[in-house]
Design a protein around this ligand. Structure first.
Ligand SMILES: Nc1ncnc2c1ncn2[C@@H]1O[C@H](COP(=O)(O)OP(=O)(O)OP(=O)(O)O)[C@@H](O)[C@H]1O
Length: 381
């Protein structure tokens, strides 16, 4: 993977005052660079997600910010202060781990108080009790103050861990896969709760996740990491609408990727049975190879039984015959998995309303797919 974005592009500029600045930060374990020359600005009160698949270096990057790992090169500046000489326990950061790491022998209140008792100069007993109360109120766990962690659900443990992380009023909250231990249904609800809490407290937050939906739901901006390097930084919308390479295109949302050769204003020789007309969004070399990304919601599916003439609406539209391979019913829309002549395949997301009163096409039926020529983003290799 050689695609690397120029990291100083307008999308990488934090929208508010720069709070955390990461400069050419790298970490090498033996011969392997787990993180390579990452540069990034994060704004005050921003929720930033580091997104990438297993082993891409997300946790190592977060651990360097927390002071749990020493960088091999580069600098980390918080409000302009270089953190290199500041040991982990003195950094104004707090890291919440995947496992929450709650102490099983302590009550909920004891867990939240623990970090406060370590503070020097010491906090008065009454002040600690008041802060614990305030934090448990914030995460709506006051009623459980006397319970032990094992008597709580996963979601409740997660909230206690968050209360403990916030109790010391960190300037930077670091969350390593904070919802990984929760099942999918609770996870979605908790994503909103967690964002609400973080915004209410107003703390800057870096969240590590391999789950694109989680990153898109929770983060103001996302940084996509691959093999230790930042591939693209932007808001969820920017990355979805304008992915800068095929890795980003396929990592954020679903997409159809067609590979081919550029001839005039068409991409030829790919899995799509017809030359694909496009409007270039990047400089292209005639005769060169390129990838085209087409989002499933841009694809129209035409079905003769639905009274649809099965012809493209305009002569310039991209169109081809196809066959329905599978249909995933999702309520308001369905995902059609389509087989193309020549062995290729593609997916289309079709709103239920598209079919009106007519019966939608069934598995195995012939259809036609089309999309207006300018849609789709052309990507360099
Ligand atoms: N202490 C270590 N010693 C040697 N190699 C390490 C060490 N920690 C991490 N690595 C390697 O560095 C790379 C990045 O690891 P890291 O844990 O940062 O990835 P990750 O993206 O957080 O993955 P996951 O989502 O699976 O936790 C991996 O190849 C990993 O094997």
């Amino acid at each position: 993977m050689n695609e690397r974005m120029p990291q100083d592009g307008p999308e990488s500029l934090a929208r508010e005052r720069v709070h955390l600045r990461i400069e050419r930060l790298g970490k090498r374990f033996g011969d392997t660079w787990a993180v390579r020359e990452v540069s990034l600005d994060i704004g005050e009160r921003e929720i930033f997600a580091l997104l990438g698949s297993s082993g891409c270096g997300k946790s190592t990057l977060l651990r360097m910010i927390a002071g749990l790992e020493t960088p091999s090169c580069g600098r980390i500046l918080l409000d302009g202060e270089d953190l290199a000489a500041v040991p982990a326990h003195r950094r104004p950061t707090n890291m919440m781990f995947q496992s929450y790491a709650l102490f099983p022998h302590m009550t909920v209140a004891g867990n939240v108080a623990f970090g406060l008792r370590q503070l020097r100069p010491r906090m008065a007993r009454a002040a600690i009790a008041a802060r614990v109360d305030e934090m448990l109120e914030l995460v709506q766990m006051r009623a459980y103050a006397g319970r032990r962690p094992q008597a709580l659900s996963g979601g409740q443990q997660q909230r206690v861990a968050l209360a403990r992380s916030l109790a010391r009023e960190p300037r930077l909250l670091l969350l390593d896969e904070p919802l990984a231990a929760l099942d999918k249904r609770i996870r979605q609800q908790t994503q909103f709760e967690l964002v609400g809490l973080i915004r209410r407290v107003g703390v800057t937050c870096i969240l590590v996740t391999h789950d694109q939906e989680e990153a898109m739901t929770m983060a103001d901006r996302i940084g996509i990491l691959s093999e230790g390097g930042l591939v693209q930084v932007g808001t969820p919308g920017e990355i979805y609408e304008r992915p800068n390479c095929r890795f980003s295109a396929s990592f954020i949302g679903e997409t159809n990727l067609f590979h081919g050769r550029i001839e005039g204003d068409r991409l030829v020789g790919g899995e799509f049975p017809q030359p694909i007309r496009f409007v270039a969004t990047v400089a292209l070399q005639q005769g060169g190879e390129a990838w085209l990304s087409l989002r499933p919601e841009c694809v129209r599916v035409h079905h003769r039984a639905a009274g649809d003439a099965c012809v493209p609406e305009r002569p310039d539209d991209n169109a081809a015959p196809a066959e329905v391979a599978e249909i995933a019913y999702l309520g308001g829309r369905s995902i059609y998995h389509l087989r193309l002549p020549g062995g290729g395949s593609m997916i289309a997301s079709v709103p239920a309303a598209h079919w009106g009163k007519a019966a939608p096409p069934a598995r195995g039926e012939p259809v036609r797919v089309s999309w207006p020529a300018p849609d789709g983003v052309l990507l360099l290799r």
